[in-house]
Design a protein around this ligand. Structure first.
Ligand code: BES
Ligand code: MN
Ligand code: ZN
Length: 497
């Protein structure tokens, strides 16, 4: 979809969107069209339930005395409560409503809402619209025209159109990262498997990222027995891919590292999952997709930060070479693990990647993302990811970044009593702790591989994929975490002392 900004209306016979506020107040442009249509807008308001509440919509078809086919009035609620997040939601709602109505191009007249500049409002509205119009249709070959979305262009009319364009250009890097992550997660397991995924990531060098790929031999050399054990039943070679962005003015500034679980398909291995719904497990590389999308966004906007993304790419398959329940593996840290359940594989992958990140890069912080436990969905549903951390400031900063960006994240506990649950009879630890507190024991497992580095683990099992659409996310892959972590970087890791 083409989004443009201009100081005047373009498609004069089309749809014009104007805004109103609570208590039936109208913006200047809305008032102008009310006058031009000899009061048609105010009469329509009186004859409807529209009051100007956030998200309300009132549509006027072919209003007399002007050349438009329709005027749509959208309520923004309280002018003082306007926010970038709400602007994004309005953008998303516009996409949903006008695709349903069959509109092709629309003009949107932005009057500066109090407290938020017209350019900021316009740019974030466009950002929300772009995110909501995401569609993965590359494998549809027989879809009829009537089923395809109709909207092809938005023309946003606002006074500061140049500034709005610049602001959107910045947000666009984030949108592109999110779209990339959604694509990766939606791609099936026969297309995205460790080797093809690594090839895909290599292409990101075009944005200025340094890419390094370690195959099984290199990982063997490093002693990554935990990660390698997970991939040993697969015909595809496991990969560790490292994406490096050196954007800080001080080249030697300790990097922030983002670590992603990239299980390209999780059958459960020999501890095989039940068949029903197993197809969903193509999204078990969601954590890695967020890291890839985030690194693309940081590089795209040339963020003044040193950041490293590390993704462990493996496929968890049952086969005659697969690891067995009861096997003992030795991780790169030297700690041994009794693999009670081969379906608790994500933590095995992350254990080696976390340890490697800590040893190799001496990072200022490590943040891992993983679709790690079904129990996370039971605890928090699809509204919040859970965050587990050894550092209260980091955890708090993540929650704040989540509130700003609308990507919910909620603190979960850690503690020695939970840690005990993963002690093993014959090795240093076992990979499962029983049914109770399943998300916490998984996090305790990871904590054994992070030392004293400030670390946060974000379990995105419930937020990486959603069956239902929301205001700015279609159903399916969400790209969760990119806006959140980009905000965290902006707020806390870009200072250049
Ligand atoms: N990838 C799954 C977790 C998952 C399940 C994410 C459903 C999203 C939706 C993970 O590898 C897994 O299988 N975890 C097990 C752990 C158990 C064996 C201790 C789980 O949650 O059931
Ligand atoms: Mn599993
Ligand atoms: Zn998994």
């Amino acid at each position: 979809m083409k989004i443009s900004f201009s100081s005047k209306q373009k498609n004069e016979n089309g749809t014009l969107i104007v805004f109103g506020f609570e208590k039936k107040k109208l913006t200047k442009t809305a008032q102008k069209f009310d006058a031009a249509s000899k009061g048609a807008l105010s009469r329509a308001i009186e004859g409807s339930r529209y009051t100007g509440k956030f998200g309300q919509k009132l549509e006027l078809l072919a209003p007399a005395h002007c050349e438009l086919s329709r005027i749509v009035l959208i309520g923004l609620g309280k002018p003082s409560a306007m926010s970038t997040l709400k602007a994004e939601k309005i953008g998303g709602k516009i996409i949903t409503a006008f695709n349903a109505a069959g509109a092709e191009t629309i003009d949107i007249a932005i009057d500066p809402p109090r407290g938020l500049g017209a350019d900021v409002f316009a740019a974030h509205l466009a950002f929300g619209a772009k995110l909501k119009s995401y569609r993965f249709d590359k494998y549809r070959t027989t879809e009829t025209e009537e089923k395809k979305p109709t909207l092809t262009g938005l023309n946003i009319i606002c006074s500061k159109s140049n500034q709005a364009e610049k602001k959107l250009a910045l947000l666009d890097h984030i949108a592109e990262g999110i779209i990339m992550a959604r694509d990766l997660v939606t791609e099936p397991g026969n297309v995205i498997y460790p080797e093809s995924y690594a090839e895909y990531i290599k292409e990101l060098s075009q944005y200025g990222l340094e890419i390094e790929v370690l195959g099984e031999d290199a990982m063997e050399e490093l002693g990554m027995g935990a990660l390698l054990g997970v991939g040993q039943g697969s015909a595809s070679e496991s990969q560790l891919v490292i994406m490096r962005w050196n954007g800080a003015k001080k080249a030697d500034q300790a990097p922030i590292t983002f670590i992603g679980k990239g299980v390209t398909f999780d059958t459960g291995g020999i501890s095989l999952k039940p068949g029903a719904g197993m197809e969903d497990m193509k999204f078990d590389m969601g954590g890695s997709a967020t890291v890839v999308g985030l690194m693309r966004a940081l590089a795209g906007r040339k963020a003044p930060v040193n950041a490293i993304g590390l993704v462990g790419l493996v496929e968890n398959m049952p086969s005659s070479t697969a690891q067995r329940p009861g096997d003992v593996v030795t991780s790169m840290s030297g700690q041994t693990i009794e693999v009670i359940n081969t379906d608790a594989e994500g933590r095995l992958v992350l254990a080696d990647v976390l340890w490697y990140a800590k040893e190799k890069y001496k990072p200022c912080a490590m943040i891992d993302l993983a679709t790690l436990t079904g129990a996370m969905i039971i605890a928090l549903g699809h509204e919040h990811a859970g965050v587990f951390s050894n550092d209260d400031d980091l955890s708090h900063n993540l929650v704040t970044a989540g509130q700003k960006t609308g990507e919910g994240i909620w603190p979960m506990p850690l503690g020695s009593a939970y840690d005990k649950l993963i002690d093993s009879q014959i090795a240093d630890m076992k990979n499962v702790g029983g049914r109770e507190a399943g998300s916490i024991t998984a996090a305790q497992f990871l904590q054994r591989y992070v030392g004293d580095v400030p670390w946060a683990h974000i379990d995105i099992a419930g937020t990486a994929w959603r069956k239902k659409a929301d205001d700015i996310t279609p159903a399916g892959a969400t790209g969760y975490g990119i806006r959140l972590l980009n905000q965290l970087v902006v707020d806390h890791y870009e200072a250049d002392e």
